[in-house]
Design a protein around this ligand. Structure first.
Ligand SMILES: Cc1ncc(COP(=O)(O)O)c(C=O)c1O
Length: 479
């Protein structure tokens, strides 16, 4: 069966295609794998030496979950626009972009210059108010009208923690419902049914079972299952919130549909459940107004991360209805009776704020989303043709500048009702194939996340033909 161009939000079509990809996976030829391993040994010797040294102190020698480290991680010494450079002087097109953060390009000059200017004037931290906090909140409110109030936090994980705490405090209800397989950071209560559908508490190593007692997960795009869960919870303490990864599991690998979002909003209103959109990845990536702008929906609470701090630390934030967010009011003079505890010594510092402000204004000024979406659509069409030319069953689609290029159906294996235990073998094999694929692309000059999703940045728009040639060199060595 030939690969087709798939609409990135057409869950049914993507899921249907996944069956064939899972049943007929192709692998790189052994000779190609050996060639690329030799490339790493000879051309990336500096990375090998320094990563081995790092592993004496850093567990595994690497501290970033999405970095491919097969056969070893690369030591990156320079980022510039569309490219990354390693310690051995090799150049790579960057399709990782720090897991979707550096959307305007590596070391983007306007952000760098504004940060330096701010360092030279305000310094880096005072623990007191700086007007950039208001300016960032104003911009977020401008593009996300559902965000009547906003508070900055240290990371997406922290923002998810406080979003569910707020929901419980405001509603007085108990359960948090999520979509199976979706990721909302790594806090105790959210490590439930993540990475693959139906895994329940499997990844909750070091987390007492009681921590996820009130976390539940339903199948993606199954509105009836969600309603049944809300009804079942009614007399058991109620559902405080339904939290959704706004484009679906793994940055949209298993996308949620427009119709689903519409029905979810209606259902949450009907059962008086707060709707939380986790837009850590999608905010300012799926257009200026994120997934909620794309779907035309209005969550009660939105979780932000990544792009809102322009690539600088303390990239997290929570926003939403004023009556809910008011529970986070800080400072000694607060007079309310109900207060939700939140903290963060380094949060909302002037550097993160000015980097976020500059990123947002530059995204608008440059028309970045339209340019990336156009280039991404073209690239994905061409890549589908390439996969057919080399007869590789594949799931290839995009949601704007998030590209999904999956030659093994990784995220869909458990969604065909295969139990996580039975799926384990298939997933292990798929992961091995994926590591070889990421290694091959790197050896040819392109870095992807150690997963099937990749993220473009604005500067990569100009090197998409180069990227396509790299994919062709790799695809031509599949058997
Ligand atoms: C959808 C989603 N939510 C939450 C997080 C956690 O964000 P952070 O890594 O900043 O803690 C991530 C991280 O990738 C994410 O993709």
């Amino acid at each position: 069966m030939k690969n087709q161009y798939l609409d990135g939000f057409d869950y049914e079509a993507i899921h249907a295609r996944a069956r064939d990809v899972i049943d007929h996976p192709k692998r790189l030829k052994k000779s190609a794998v050996e060639k690329y391993l030799r490339h790493f040994e000879t051309k990336c010797a500096g990375s090998k030496r320094t990563i081995e040294e790092a592993a004496t102190l850093l567990p595994g020698g690497i501290q970033h979950n999405l970095a491919n480290n097969h056969p070893f991680a690369l030591n990156i010494t320079k980022g510039d626009g569309a490219y990354l450079y390693d310690v051995d002087g090799n150049r790579y097109i960057d399709f990782l972009n720090a897991a979707g953060v550096t959307i305007l390009g590596n070391n983007y000059p306007p952000i760098r210059e504004k940060v330096i200017e701010t360092l030279n004037s305000a310094g880096y931290l005072t623990g007191l108010y700086h007007e950039y906090e208001y300016e960032l909140a104003r911009l977020i409110h401008k593009y996300y009208p559902s965000v009547e109030k906003f508070r900055m936090l240290g990371s997406g994980t922290e923002a998810c923690i406080i979003a569910i705490r707020l929901a419980r405090a405001f509603s007085g209800k108990k359960y948090i419902v999520k979509i199976q397989g979706c990721y909302h950071g790594w806090s105790d209560q959210m490590v439930y049914d993540i990475t693959a559908i139906g895994t329940k508490g499997k990844q909750a190593v070091g987390i007492p079972e009681e921590c996820v007692m009130y976390t539940q997960a339903v199948m993606p795009n199954d509105i009836d299952a969600l309603e049944r869960q809300f009804i079942a919870n009614e007399n058991e303490g109620g559902t405080a919130a339904f939290i959704v990864e706004a484009c679906g599991q793994d940055s949209g690998a298993l996308p949620t549909t427009r119709e689903y979002h519409k029905r979810v909003r209606e259902l949450c209103t009907k059962y008086n459940v707060l709707l939380i959109y986790d837009e850590v990845v999608t905010a300012f990536r799926i257009g200026m107004s994120g997934a909620q702008g794309y779907f035309g929906t209005k969550p009660d609470i939105t979780v932000f991360g990544k792009i809102i701090a322009g690539g600088f630390p303390s990239a997290g934030g929570v926003g939403g209805r004023g009556d809910i967010l008011e529970l986070l009011a800080a400072g000694f003079s607060y007079k309310g009776t109900l207060k939700v505890l939140v903290g963060g010594t380094l949060t909302a510092n002037p550097i993160s704020c000015v980097a976020g402000i500059t990123a947002i204004t530059e995204l608008e000024r440059t028309g970045a989303h339209e340019k990336m979406a156009y280039a991404a659509d073209r690239f994905i069409h061409d890549l589908v043709d390439l996969s057919n030319k080399y007869e590789i069953p594949a799931l290839i689609f995009n949601q704007q500048s998030i590209l999904h290029i999956d030659l093994c159906g990784l995220q869909h294996i458990t969604s065909f009702g295969v139990s996580p235990d039975d799926a384990a073998g298939k997933r292990t094999e798929a992961n091995q194939a994926l590591q070889e694929y990421a290694m091959a692309l790197a050896a040819e000059g392109l870095i992807v996340a150690g997963a099937c999703k990749t993220y473009m940045n604005l500067q990569t728009v100009d090197v998409m033909d180069q990227a396509l040639e790299i994919y062709e060199r790799v695809f031509s060595q599949y058997e």
